[in-house]
Design a protein around this ligand. Sequence first.
Ligand code: FCB
Length: 440
Amino acid sequence: MDHTRTDFPDGFLFGVATSAYQIEGSQFGGAGPCHWDSFAATPGNVVRAEDGALACDHYHRWEEDLDLIAGLGAEVYRFSTSWARVLPDGVGQPNVEGLDFYDRLVDGMLARGIKPAATLYHWELPQPLADRGGWRNADMPEWFAEFTETVMRRIGDRVWSAAPINEPWCVGWLSHFDGAHAPGLRDIRATARAMHHILKSHGRSIEVMRGLGMKNLGAVCNFEWAEPASDAPEDQAAARRYDAIYNRFFLGGLFKGQYPAEVLEGLEPHLPDSWQDDFALIGQPLDWLGVNYYTRQRIRHKDGAWPNYEPAGPLLPLTQMGWEIYPDGLRDFLIRNARDYSGDLPIYVTENGMANADTPETPDTARIDYLNAHLHAVRQAMDARAPVAGYFVWSLMDNYEWSLGYEKRFGLIHVDFDSLARTPKASYDALARWWRDTPA
Ligand code: FCB
């Protein structure tokens, strides 16, 4: 790595991230079915119809995985708790085995000196709730409050931080408008309702956690830089619409008590009645903002119905995902989000990383370059006074990359999905040299 610990201030935290469905193995430990199981079982949704039933078998190998995190010298581990594992019916009777699992996991982190950063929901909606309309259902905030309370009564006294919902844009837009993630809908009304209910559920969850006396609560949103494909006014406007839907809708709700006009233009007729009255709940004070960042998208105008845009194709070098490598976008979001929304609140880069066609034999120098370039962007943002307080790599290990199955490798650790053997990659070694040898 090009960086040293002294490039970053004392107390700046480095970490790694994963999520439950992507690594645990949902067939174990009494977890209930979730909407990703049904989505994956529907031909055409997921590469080779792969699902998270086995994944990395982290459910049984968690101690080895925590040892690998400790070996890396990561100070924070961002993990998530599966709703379907903890409450197989979504509400009601908890699965004690599931709660025991997260209890052990948190204690295991603390025993190794790792700060547990919990995300409650990283996408495994229990199927019984999906059957009742999932995020479209106005009861979601109460169901989510029950889930929050069930998990945090058990581990809330020991987690270092907590966030309710990973990447509201993916849960709302990608899953209900684009149809690319579970439940795979392409329905504007479902999208509007889901997006609003996600924010209300976030607010209820924060309320519940505050009520339990928890501290260090935040929100984790994802961002994609929207680059107009040309100077033409209609391409510029299309990129602004894309930016509003992707990058400004959720922050607007969380920090400003309003939604961007470019989004209301399409979604307002479909929002629930009296949606304007919900911003007091949505805008609960937060302690930090999490920024997940990977890439930019070139956007041009498209004739037709709102939102009238389409991707204009990449120009820059790509990762295995086909995503452009564009570190300046991370720098600019860190600066812009602080300036326009979160102010002085600490910002954590809660996900950043790249997929690469790794084998255990070939050094993943492309990933080292990617991480270097993005850490440089973080430094630049901090030089411009953005209050960035930490940086967490996606991901600890290769895992289930949602609709792309097991093919896209994001890990610092290679996973052989037959033997489930873990092999640290060159990027793991490079970070470990840096993070371990020069402690804060
Ligand atoms: C993010 C998700 C994470 C992973 C990365 C590549 O959108 O939060 O689960 O899939 O992308």
